[in-house]
Design a protein around this ligand. Structure first.
Ligand code: SF4
Length: 340
């Protein structure tokens, strides 16, 4: 398995400006030292609460915004620090689909014009070639070629999200970052869009980063899952390992909030209610950033930032319970990593 994308120590700190003092008074550390590998042809799910930094990380990975620090390599080519002129051809290889399809299109332009836009900017296709390509793209996402004459308001949310996916495909990308692509859709439509994405992945060999707050959806579509909390990845691993055998207390809490359909399984998953809201990313807690809400926090947790621990199953987890914690608690590791 080859990595299509590798990010190392990636950071994005947004300055906080005081109008009164006319200077920068601090920084929101939206992404603060993240390592990510995205395997070619696979889907990496990025999950976390609102404000965890997952959408910012998605934008950093495809260079929609410049990082404050760290590196991103696509297919072995370092992107950070590259001039816009050299980066421009690489942009074709990385596309993004956003949560709200209505805000992705100009309401005054037909969807055909919207789909032609990237072809005009990035290719030397003639008008006739573009028209043919737009028709093909619409058919690829299971719409009709003549839909190109319609306006965005004439489509349902699910249809328009298909068209947004078609536009992402226009330049034959290798990587697509999908930022909450089904969150604004009815549950009945979500499955259609997810099935379409999976079919397109098989057909075109696409690599996805799938961002969502719903771990059940993320598990369904992902090969691997990375869980974010306050600008850091706290757990990363094979999707079934993370879903069925979570190691980090935050992952366990997220999973415990998922409703369980089968009555006989309900008793197996105890609801963990986290105290309070996530702290501000402008002033993250010392040591482990989760210690102010963690039901298993120990003294060491507020003092030392836990280093990522590589578990035997190939997962990575940043929690003292998996390193010094068992010794401190006097409990064997196996008892601390029970499935939720
Ligand atoms: Fe909880 Fe401590 Fe682990 Fe952080 S390091 S998740 S506070 S047990």
């Amino acid at each position: 398995m080859t990595n299509l994308l590798e990010a190392r120590d990636l950071k994005k700190h947004f300055p906080i400006h005081s109008a009164l003092l006319r200077r920068t008074t601090g920084h929101v550390k939206a992404v603060d030292g993240v390592d990510v590998d995205v395997i070619q042809g696979q889907t990496l799910g990025l999950v976390g609460e609102s404000g965890s930094g997952k959408s910012t990380l998605g934008r950093l990975l495809i260079q929609l915004i410049d990082p404050t620090g760290g590196t991103v390599e696509l297919d072995g080519r370092e992107l950070s620090g590259m001039s816009e002129r050299r980066r421009r051809p690489l942009r074709r290889e990385m596309q993004m689909v956003f949560q709200d399809p209505y805000s992705s299109f100009d309401p005054l332009a037909t969807v055909g014009e919207g789909l032609s836009e990237p072809l005009v900017t990035h290719t030397d296709m003639t008008a006739k070639e573009r028209e043919k390509k737009v028709g093909e793209l619409l058919e690829v996402v299971r719409l009709r070629a003549d839909h190109r004459h319609r306006y965005p308001r004439e489509f349902s949310g699910g249809q328009l999200q298909r068209i947004a996916i078609a536009r992402a495909l226009a330049l034959n990308p290798k990587l697509i970052v999908l930022d909450e692509p089904v969150s604004s859709l009815d549950v009945s439509i979500q499955a259609d869009v997810i099935n379409l994405l999976q079919d397109l992945q098989s057909e075109f060999g696409l690599t996805y980063v799938f961002i969502a707050h719903d771990l059940a959806v993320v598990r369904h579509v992902s090969d691997r899952i990375a869980v974010m909390y306050l600008g850091r990845i706290v757990e990363e691993g094979d999707s079934d390992e993370v879903y069925f055998r979570p190691k980090h207390p935050y992952t366990k809490a997220l999973l415990s909030a998922i409703p369980i359909a089968h009555p006989h399984e309900r008793g197996a998953r105890e609801r963990i209610v986290l105290a309070g809201d996530p702290p501000s990313p402008a002033n993250p807690p010392s040591g482990c950033r989760f210690h102010t809400r963690c039901p298993l926090a120990m003294q060491i947790c507020s003092l030392e930032d836990p280093a990522p621990f590589a578990a035997p199953d190939g997962s990575q987890v940043a929690c003292h319970l998996h390193t010094s914690g068992p010794t401190l608690l006097g409990a064997p590791l196996v008892e601390l990593t029970q499935p939720v």
